[in-house]
Design a protein around this ligand. Structure first.
Ligand code: GTP
Ligand code: MG
Length: 202
């Protein structure tokens, strides 16, 4: 899919105030600092459409971007970041779960995990929660550029093995790097295929 336009629409903390348009929507979620905002910039070829930072806790609201005037891409705050205050953390968790439970336009979530790390409890629990709530998701492994050619497939394989302890099969997944552009075509084609299917249904 060619991205012809990518524009910021709005930020807010209340799912009820999110755009009313019935456009297909895809949300990026994962731990703080995993690279959600960077991935959005990579996918859309925009350097700073979504705000990124070396320090975790940068994205604090639900951010809607409209792509090709046809679909929404959503940048969400990270979960599991210890340095924001307890009350702020609670608010995040609340509106993240409210977003996923109430946003009927949501077609699929992308759960980002850092390809360098062992499977983390918080990610496994979040995917479990998505499954229990019948919210479709894919996994996106991020920061692949930080691993050697040998280590990367070994990490993905180990992750698969862990997932198979909890799931009947490995969910759909992508291996990406926002610095090298790895995985860009795959993620965009995946979204494009779903959008085409939705178009033929309506
Ligand atoms: P929060 O908004 O705080 O939840 O973080 P986020 O998940 O949006 O992460 P963000 O995109 O802000 O990136 C965090 C840090 O990781 C930044 O310093 C990025 O430059 C770096 N980063 C993100 N993706 C990649 C990648 O693919 N490769 C490398 N080498 N660095 C990356
Ligand atoms: Mg962010």
């Amino acid at each position: 899919m060619k991205i012809t336009s990518a524009n910021f629409v709005m930020s807010n903390s209340d799912v009820a105030k999110c755009p009313k348009d019935r456009l297909p929507e895809y949300a990026f979620i994962g731990r703080s600092n995993v690279g959600k905002s960077s991935l959005i910039n990579m996918l859309t070829n925009r350097k700073s459409l979504a705000k990124t930072s070396g320090r975790p806790g940068k994205t604090q609201l639900i951010n809607h971007f409209i792509i090709n005037k046809e679909w929404f891409l959503v940048d969400l705050p990270g979960y599991g970041y210890a340095r924001v205050s307890k009350s702020a953390k609670k608010t995040f968790q609340k509106f993240i779960t409210a977003y996923f439970s109430k946003r009927t336009q949501l077609v699929s979530a992308f759960v980002l995990v850092d390809s360098r790390h062992e499977p983390q409890k918080i990610d496994l629990e979040f995917m479990q929660w998505l499954g229990e709530n019948h919210i479709p998701f894919s996994i996106i492994f991020t920061k692949a550029d930080k691993l050697t050619e040998k280590k990367l497939p070994a990490q993905i394989e180990a992750y698969k093995q862990e997932m198979l302890n909890h799931w009947e099969e490995m969910p759909n997944y992508f291996v990406t790097s926002s610095s090298s552009g790895l995985g860009k075509d795959e993620v965009l084609s995946y979204i494009n295929e779903i959008n085409k299917e939705l178009n033929t249904q309506s």
